[in-house]
Unconditional design. Structure first.
Length: 146
């Protein structure tokens, strides 16, 4: 895995949100790439996400947890458990509060409840991207934004 240490992968289904997240990532001096996590992400998204992370090794993954939240959280936890994905720093966004808490507790990923302040997102991304990209999950940033 060669690793694009200046790359943040945005996984989201909403084009307007993707534009906003892309701007935040770019303002921090990182390149960004986007994968859609539409209703089929839990089946079709596995191969695409695993292949992308294996090929490009982004420093961080900015992931929007879609509904149904509990099912998506369980799927994401399995994904993060995969060796290629466990090596990335994760920042997980969601309106699914309880499911987001489970992701933070069980994976150590940094999490942020929507709606969120862009400054809070910036802090989490700065923390996630300042960590060693192969050191494991974003435990140090897990609860930085509350």
């Amino acid at each position: 895995m060669s690793g694009d240490t200046r790359l943040v992968l945005i996984v989201n289904h909403n084009p307007e949100i993707v534009l906003l997240l892309d701007q935040v990532v770019n303002d921090l001096g990182f390149e960004s790439a986007v994968l859609a996590n539409d209703s089929d992400w839990q089946t079709d998204g596995y191969p695409a996400l695993l292949a992308y992370v294996n090929e490009r090794a982004p420093q961080a993954v900015l992931f929007d947890l879609p509904p149904p939240y509990e099912e998506a959280a369980a799927t994401l936890l399995r994904l993060i458990g995969e060796s290629e994905l466990a090596e990335r720093q994760w920042v997980v966004l969601s309106t699914g509060g309880a499911a987001l808490d489970v992701v933070a507790r069980e994976s150590g990923a940094a999490t942020l409840a929507k709606p969120f302040d862009l400054d809070d997102l910036t802090v989490l991304l700065e923390q996630a991207t300042s960590l060693d990209p192969v050191a494991g999950s974003g435990t140090d940033a897990a609860h930085a934004a509350g």
